[in-house]
Ligand binder design. Structure first.
Ligand SMILES: Nc1ncnc2c1ncn2[C@@H]1O[C@H](COP(=O)(O)OP(=O)(O)OP(=O)(O)O)[C@@H](O)[C@H]1O
Length: 267
């Protein structure tokens, strides 16, 4: 098919269609964040490069080509979070989650909660909430939480209700930040978590709740967050915050997410 001076065949149309979807998905992932400005900047340089190349300006093309090469590596670093989210979306597609064979190969079966000491964690959360002491408790699922543990005070203690409650006591030296629990061991306290900054985050949310969302977006851990102001308990899972969870439902909700393939907790 000829459109003006262009020769267009069906593969070109398919190509443009797929690139449009890809660009839209990238825009959807980065919109509202600082990364979106970086992405636009990079896109602008790329279009400029195509124009320069089309005009046959050899030297400028070579310089821009080098810049684009280095920029591609920089983009991977800058877009770590977005790339992770993008791959998670693909990984969570129904093809995978509904396929028993793949689940078995990739070990996506029911997880054993026996070693997680959930009861102690839940009991501690209830007590902290009733005392109106704020808290941020990260409980691992499968992902390695090593780099977040390193930001805090290393403890590696057996999880127990009194330990967690006393760590979040307002007079404790370690009450700030989050505790990270891995397979029933309280690995560290006063940990710094990544803060969620997307447009989906309500501006009214404080930093404790944003950090819970950010952590659950960056990893598959479940984060229990207790508000110091209201004593309400919320859960962050897969980048979403489920506010004001009734204490009677807390254990079931956490166990449900940690033990199964359920990707999102039922609201
Ligand atoms: N990135 C972070 N990583 C870990 N802990 C954090 C982070 N940001 C904030 N916090 C913790 O949250 C505490 C209070 O934050 P802030 O009052 O802004 O949160 P909030 O969501 O309004 O919670 P609250 O309802 O308890 O006041 C801080 O003192 C700190 O202990």
């Amino acid at each position: 098919m000829r459109v003006g001076f262009l020769n267009v065949n069906w593969t070109d149309i398919l190509d443009v269609f797929l690139v449009s979807i890809l660009l839209y998905q990238i825009y959807f992932l980065v919109r509202g964040s600082i990364a979106s400005r970086v992405f636009l900047g990079y896109l602008f340089v790329y279009v400029f490069y195509l124009v320069v190349k089309g005009l046959g300006l050899g030297l400028l093309t070579a310089i821009l080509q080098y810049f684009m090469g280095v920029g591609a590596v920089a983009l991977i670093v800058i877009f770590q979070q977005e790339i992770r989210r993008f791959l998670l979306i693909i990984g969570k597609s129904t093809i995978y989650t509904n396929n028993e064979f793949l689940k078995k190969i990739l070990g996506n079966t029911v997880l054993d909660l026996k070693n997680k000491n959930l009861k102690e964690i839940i009991d501690a959360s209830k007590t902290i909430a009733s005392n109106f002491n704020g808290a941020l408790i990260v409980v691992n699922k499968r992902d390695d939480l090593g780099k977040f543990i390193e930001t805090g005070e290393l403890l590696d203690a057996r999880v127990s209700k009194p330990l967690i409650v006393s760590l979040f006591n307002q007079y404790s030296e370690l009450h700030d930040g989050a505790v990270v629990i891995v397979d029933g061991r309280l690995k560290a306290a006063r940990c710094v978590l990544p803060v969620a900054d997307g447009v989906d985050v309500p501006s009214s949310l404080g930093f404790r709740h944003r950090a819970a969302m950010g952590m659950s977006e960056a990893t598959d851990a479940v984060v229990i967050v207790i508000s110091e102001q209201t004593g309400k308990i919320s859960l962050a899972v897969e980048g979403e915050l489920l506010s004001n969870i009734p204490v009677s439902e807390l254990e079931t909700r956490v166990a449900e997410y940690l033990s199964s393939d359920v990707q999102r907790l039922v609201k």
